[in-house]
Ligand binder design. Structure first.
Ligand code: SAH
Length: 222
């Protein structure tokens, strides 16, 4: 190794600034901020718009889907009350960025995506960077029973209602963050399973997601 300066990418600097910005917008969870400070978002964004990776906006990925806005990822992850070793199911792998953040925190992650191409691309990047995420292809509105029960479930697409199979795959004490509403606007809910047949629902405010499509979601428009 030649001695001298370590190579610092301009993206590293942008990432630190994004973390400061998220802090100024009220994100306080140290595990979340630290994870966002380490995951290279530019690798989960299409090459042509990589320069925009650290803008606090959602960006288009393949198949008319989006990588969520960093603030949304931070807010949802914080709302999950993440801990190291927690078992988490993500519905809507998309770019793989959200699952990389969860994995960087130390969660054990299963992520389901309905579009095979996105799942394959996400898996390739996650593997390349050493994030331990089990990527599955299928309809996440019915969950992934093989991995249940989960301490956390994070739904990254907007649902018409809380999908019941997901509520039932939570462990007691487990929580799910899920956007519920119309196809264009949703309210983010945190659903905590407090007992075998009891769930507490909290309203965490308005958000916008692409639609959750599946048997317990919206019907595919095609
Ligand atoms: N978490 C992603 C956000 C992706 S957008 C990220 O960090 O980039 C939401 C994703 O949910 C899209 O890729 C969409 O194809 C997927 N999706 C929609 N309905 C789904 C379903 N029923 N099961 C699994 N994935 C679904």
């Amino acid at each position: 190794m030649p001695s001298g300066k370590r190579f610092v990418s301009p993206f590293d600097e942008m990432r630190h600034k994004l973390v400061d910005h998220l802090r100024s917008k009220g994100i306080t969870d140290k595990l979340v901020l630290k994870a966002i400070d380490t995951v290279p978002r530019e690798r989960f964004v299409p090459q042509a718009i990589r320069a925009r990776s650290y803008e606090d906006t959602a960006l288009p990925i393949d198949d008319r889907q989006t990588i969520s806005q960093p603030y949304t990822v931070a807010f949802m992850t914080q709302a999950l009350l993440p801990t190291q070793g927690m078992r988490v199911l993500e519905v809507g792998t998309g770019s793989g960025y959200q699952s990389a953040v969860l994995s960087a925190i130390g969660c054990t992650v299963v992520s389901i995506e309905r579009l095979p191409r996105l799942s394959h691309q996400a898996r390739t990047i996650l593997t390349k960077f050493g994030y331990n995420v089990a990527c599955r292809i299928g309809d996440g509105t019915i969950g992934w029973r093989e991995g249940a029960p989960y301490d956390g479930i994070i739904v990254t697409a907007g649902a018409p209602d809380v999908p019941e199979p997901l509520a039932r795959q939570l462990a007691i004490g487990g929580r799910m963050v899920v956007p519920v509403g119309t196809q264009s606007e949703q309210t983010l809910y945190r659903v905590t399973r407090t007992a075998e047949e009891n769930w507490r629902v909290e309203d965490l405010g308005p958000f916008k997601f692409v639609p959750l499509i599946g048997v317990e979601g919206w019907t595919d428009e095609q």
